[in-house]
Design a protein around this ligand. Structure first.
Ligand code: GLY
Length: 362
């Protein structure tokens, strides 16, 4: 078991990374010393993991109630949140009652949002079951639900009391979802850690075979890198945390125009990173073979690296202009730098973005 500490003063917490669920009860008890009851939230895809978590929590003295929501992005809304509020009210939950989120990004964001808002804040324990949730959404305290006018429009920062990662759960994760999570791992390599990037290049086959040691390394390293950023800019105020959105301005547009579900989030991020690199090249910010290495690694992981030809540039640009990172209608992107790493770049000419899309669609 490897522990990553997220040092946020009074909101500090541990991310425990290991193989196997034994120990979840002890970990939960250490994170939540005063809790007696807990609400375990999962979705219909992870019923088995929910049952195992309940057993572990019971052995540590928790009485548990369960809410299973329908799997998928369409559950991430205020109606499902209201259903969970009702459940907590029925349980007579008080400020010590934790919400335990067992699932991928949807469950974590939704259950986290409910924990952030019910009774002005309940403790939250994250038990991510997908690679994407393990390396990204369960760490850092972003919670939220979707509004018909946009993803994650309603949300709150609410750090968990702990994150329990059992990488053994990835054995049954569909390969497409696993590959999608790898896009975020490649992202950490590009923006923060050349050694992680080189490790991925050297271990493509082991990673795709879900070799336990390789997977445990990339998960705990990704969590450490994300924790370092969150510790310095918890609420995305200084611009530092924004670097985690590398590839995401393009990705959000691909997801919105393609329709959620056409590409998984990580697939959109993969093509988004390739576009961001090409944009940086066009702007004269980077040169050399690093962009090719990024594309080759994403391809080796079976991720898309080009924009679908049927997606219309006007529609993609309309979504990008609405992106949360943009101010005053100007296009802003997180772009690579010649010296390595990435930075937020404002006022990117629309013509260059169109050129990148066109070039990618050829
Ligand atoms: N996924 C980006 C962030 O947590 O800030």
């Amino acid at each position: 078991m490897h522990t990553v500490r997220v040092d946020l003063g009074p909101r500090a917490y541990d991310i425990a990374v290991g193989i196997g669920s034994a120990g979840l009860g002890t970990f939960a008890r250490r994170c939540l010393p005063h809790a007696t009851a807990a609400l375990v939230v999962g979705d219909t895809n992870v019923e088995k993991h929910v049952q195992v978590a309940r057993g572990q929590l019971a052995s540590a003295g928790f009485t548990t109630e369960t809410s299973l929501i329908p799997a998928g992005e369409t559950s991430k809304n205020l109606f499902t949140a209201a259903f969970l509020y009702d459940k907590l009210a029925d349980m007579a939950a008080d400020r010590r009652t934790p919400v335990v989120a067992v699932g991928g990004g949807v469950v974590g964001d939704l259950a986290g949002f409910v924990a952030a808002t019910y009774n002005r804040g309940l403790p939250l324990l994250m038990v991510p079951t997908t690679l994407l949730a393990m390396v990204d959404s369960s760490v850092g305290g972003k919670t939220g639900v979707n509004h018909p006018k946009g993803k994650n429009l309603i949300g709150a920062f609410h750090q968990p009391a702990g994150v329990w990662i059992d990488t053994g759960m990835l054995d049954t994760l569909p390969m497409r979802e696993f590959r999608s999570g790898l896009a975020e791992v490649v992202k950490y390599g590009v923006i923060l850690d050349p050694e992680l990037f080189a490790f991925l290049e050297r271990n493509v086959l082991a990673v795709l075979a879900k070799d336990p040691i390789a997977v445990a390394h990339l998960v705990s390293r990704s969590c450490r890198l994300k924790a370092d950023v969150v510790e310095k800019d918890e609420r995305e105020e200084t611009g530092l945390r924004a670097i985690l959105n590398y590839g995401h301005t393009f990705a959000h547009a691909f997801e919105a125009v393609g329709g959620y579900g056409s590409w998984l989030h990580g697939e959109a991020v993969a093509a988004g990173m390739v576009c961001a690199w090409q944009l940086a090249e066009r702007l004269g910010r980077v040169s050399g073979d690093a962009g090719e290495r990024q594309t080759a690694l994403l391809r080796a992981f079976g991720l898309p690296t080009t924009v679908k030809p049927e997606w219309d540039a006007d529609s993609l640009l309309a979504v990008m202009r609405r992106d949360k990172k943009n101010q005053g209608g100007k296009l802003r992107f997180v772009l690579p730098m010649a010296a390595g790493g990435v930075e937020l770049v404002g006022d990117v000419p629309e013509s260059e973005v169109r050129a990148v899309i066109g070039q990618s669609q050829k």
